[in-house]
Design a protein around this ligand. Structure first.
Ligand code: AMP
Ligand code: GLY
Length: 425
């Protein structure tokens, strides 16, 4: 199988790393990739939102399967573009079409979908600038904290959680009049605040069958004890102790099955990964959000825990026979620590040389934001720089190894959270 992975973060490095272990793999390309993906495949300098270029490259290089890492090309219709061209019909994309990707691309769409299929989620209502006064009224009826969500994609920043009613009203106005997130917030979902611990649940589906991948917990805030600004994610662990058999059975029966069946019933073809952002409210799962892709940094612990051949699962998608494939999960724990640039998630500098990188025996270092200069030195090239993953017999051991490896890597003004996983111990 010739494989092309689209994206340039730790998620894509982890998918590439796992794919490179497959006995089915012939050639592996990552577009645009980073300094880390170069060690397992060939990087391709390409704009992944330019579907025509992606198609040309795929034809020239006899690509069989394309894994779409981030949501943007999916929400913008890369799958529909490939479906529309006869000459691309033999290429399988791992990711949903534009309609199905609305599960992530429109919060209003996903809330309505959940309501139609009785999938547990927070109570909500959607507003536009035409009924902004109803929006104020709805806020008045709710208790703080107030949860406001931009309907469309807003680079992960579209959710506001506010304590003060006056502020919530003023933010609602900014969102609906376009001064906050532009078009993405021309509709705003206001929803009930749910209190609980979150877990990210992933499945891969061919539209009929599905396999549940290892679950993970992500640490979103920049500071220890979940304080400070939201980030893309500062670390992740898998498995998640509270997501035991009983809880995961509830997730399967109340969330995953109704989602897959609901999509099929509505004639929406969903093939690819589905990411269920779940919150555990007193032992019951509620959906916080859907994403049409894998999570980052969750993938950096999910991929290491998949024992089966990943390309065998992709082949199952290509042939619509995912139901016949096995997925075996590594019983060990995995923990990843994200090393970030000083200042992130606000302004930060790039181009700092990273010291101490090598093949570690006890850890795998996935590159998130790195590049290589002409002399072959690896430089920082983003807010999130490296995801340092280790296995352990238990979570404590996995974390210990990752932290030891983090200590041996350095770059100017590096930062990382020192409490990843500690809430679960
Ligand atoms: P999202 O951008 O949709 O991932 O939302 C960002 C974060 O906001 C989530 O990971 C949750 O921590 C939080 N969040 C979103 N919706 C709710 C809700 N209804 N209740 C509590 N927290 C929420
Ligand atoms: N780590 C959360 C996400 O990928 O959206």
């Amino acid at each position: 199988m010739n494989l092309l992975i689209l994206g340039s973060g730790g998620r894509e490095h982890a998918i590439a790393w796992k794919s490179a272990q497959s006995s089915h793999l012939s050639k592996l390309f990552i577009a645009p990739g980073n300094a880390g993906t170069k060690s397992v495949g060939t990087n391709v300098d390409m704009d992944i939102n330019d579907f025509k270029s992606v198609a040309e490259f795929a034809l020239e290089n006899k690509i069989d399967v394309i894994v779409v890492g981030p949501e943007e090309p999916l929400v913008n219709g890369i799958v529909d573009y490939f479906d529309s061209r006869e000459d691309l019909s033999k290429i399988t994309l791992i990711g949903p079409n534009k309609e199905a990707a609305q599960l992530e691309g429109s919060k209003d769409f996903s809330k309505k979908f959940m309501a139609r299929h009785n999938i547990p989620t927070a109570k909500y209502a959607t507003f536009t600038k035409d009924n902004i006064n109803d929006g104020y009224g709805y806020l008045e009826l709710m208790k703080p904290p107030y949860v406001l969500k931009a309907d469309g994609l807003a680079a992960g920043k579209g959710v506001l959680i506010l304590e003060d009613l006056k502020e919530a009203k003023s933010e609602l106005k900014k969102m609906l009049t376009g001064s906050k997130f532009g078009k993405a917030s021309s509709k705003v979902v206001i929803e009930q605040f749910l209190k609980g611990v979150e877990v990210s649940v992933f499945v891969i589906s061919d539209g009929t069958h599905y396999k549940i991948l290892p679950e993970a917990k992500d640490y979103k805030r920049i500071g220890a004890n979940d304080t400070g600004l939201n980030t893309g994610g500062m670390g992740a662990v898998s498995p998640v102790p509270f997501a035991n058999r009983e809880f995961m059975d509830k997730v399967d029966n109340q969330v995953i099955i109704p989602t897959i069946k609901g999509l099929k019933k509505e004639g929406i073809h969903y093939s690819g990964f589905i990411f269920f952002g779940i919150i555990n409210v007193k032992g019951d799962p509620y959906v916080i959000e859907y994403n049409c892709r894998l999570g980052d940094p969750e993938t950096e612990v999910v991929m290491p825990r998949i024992k089966s051949d990943l390309l065998d699962l992709f082949d199952g998608i290509a042939s619509g026979t995912l139901g016949e494939r096995d997925i075996e999960i590594d019983p060990r724990s995995a923990a990843t620590i994200m090393m970030v640039s000083g200042g992130y998630p606000e302004a930060y500098e790039k181009g700092k040389q990273i010291m101490g990188l090598k093949d570690f025996e006890k850890s795998v270092v996935f590159h998130a934001g790195t590049t290589e200069n002409e002399e072959g030195a690896v430089l920082t090239n983003g807010g999130r720089v490296l995801a340092v993953t280790s296995y352990g017999r238990d979570l404590v051991k996995a974390l210990k190894k990752s932290y030891e490896t983090v200590d041996s890597i350095s770059f100017d003004d590096a930062n990382y959270r020192k409490d990843i996983g500690f809430d679960l111990l």
